[in-house]
Design a protein around this ligand. Sequence first.
Ligand code: GH3
Ligand code: MG
Length: 536
Amino acid sequence: MDLSKYRNLLIKKIMEQVAEWCESDAEIMISNSEVHRFLHSIKGTSGTLELEGIHRISETLLEQLSSFHKKEWKGQELREFLSELMELTYSYGHFEEVEMKKQQSRNGDVPLIQIIDDDISILILLKDFLEKKGWMVITNSTSNKAVSQYFDLQPDCVVIDVNLPNKNGFEIIEDLQIHSNKHFVPIVMISVFNDRNTRIKAFKMGADDFIQKPIDLEEFAVRIERHLLRKQIYDQSVLLDELTNLYNRRYLKVVYDRSMEEWKRNNQQFSIAILDIDYFKKINDRYGHVTGDLVLSTFALFLAENTRSNDLVFRYGGEEFIILFQNTDYHKAYEIVSRLLADFTTKCFEANGEVFFVTFSAGITGICSKETTMDSAINAADQALYTAKNLGRSRVECFNQSLMEQKKLFISVIDDDPIIRSMLKSRLQEAEFNHYVSNIHTFENGPSFFQSGILEYPGEHFLILDGVMPIMDGIEVLQKVKQTERNNVSVIMLTGRNSEDDIAKALELGADDYMTKPFHMNDLQERIMRLIQRKK
Ligand code: GH3
Ligand code: MG
């Protein structure tokens, strides 16, 4: 007997009921017996329909429910209580397969691949295929966004089409090369042309591989896998950052552990400072990445020359540097970094016939407990840095618990599907976004999102935007958001499987990423983390 029709009915029933409860007004209370009746009926029906996962979850929930005797539930509480059931129902409803949250969870450090091609069908195809292999893929259909995303997200491998409008693939390589020469990032060129000259040119320009279109997907994936492996081996073997000649973050761990040992033996305190160049993005935008790189290497040299030999300087990220001051408390470190700031600010740079000056902000923390891990020390220094940025930049701040203002992250889900709204809200509320305090809001449509005025709140904003909505569709919302020219807003578009046009438009309008519906919650969460991480 074909159970699918009955299964669909049950799924629909669960979705409707859960959505109604979870989205109900704060004043409306739902009685325990009502919830009990619902779960009881789900348990019975799902068992009959051989929906094993739903059956098990409703059984567990029923057991838990009995301890809440006579409770009255608020919508929000129910959303938390029923979250696993919602996710599984969503999975069943869309994938017709049993997928428990944990079975599917992936390693947080999946390689990131960037694909640049103006042919949307190829982009979609390659993204789908490579993501099924467990990698994360970011796509670009235009060159401008591609170059800035490359610098922002630092992918582990780049795939570039030779023939692109505006800038061709070779020109893009040139833009990236400034970086790739110093950080090894494999470049794979793809093209419909496979003549000798194009191939030779590609390799001469620094491509690591050349693949002709039409692409054999299996072979493509194997080649990418080899490139990722080489990249990983390379990364693990170096301790020096090649652009700046400073130590990289891998070596920081070694030095931190060593300093901690010293501390335990001789009570020698040490401090950590994080230095971050102010408005560095503007320098890149105005004078180009070559000048940006020059500023970085000049800054690095300046730091190395102006610190004592046992104060070690590291390049921690793009334009973030760390100094580990051995045998120095945070007062002293503050003095030293303030002097560095005063001196560096007077340095004069020149580009495009213009003269400009560069400042930085810094956060400092002293390590004052033997239990302080490197991560928590960096986190503290980073919070101090955040305060320094908020107080106007070009200044140094020390970590102080009471003064700290936590960084805020506003995640807005704009989707007309109540199940998606409820599900995302409960999942995202549970999630931890490093260094951020998150606020999750859901909106049924574009106008209610704009009316809320949420974009005015200071902090980082992340929008999860449904492409197709009855009132003002996602593309319109995206367009309106982009018109405001805010640089604190990232957008991920949710689109249908076959909506090439929507994907094309979303990318063109500057969406940071897209995902096709139905999606897996874990994938979405990981993607958000990835896009936010760069705003650390
Ligand atoms: P803030 O004052 O708040 O720090 O603003 P910002 O513009 O300095 O900071 P943001 O984090 O917005 O931008 C940092 C930019 O640094 C983004 C990225 O493109 C760029 N970047 C990262 N690594 C490199 C690199 O190796 N070379 C160049 N040229 N740019 C880089
Ligand atoms: Mg900066």
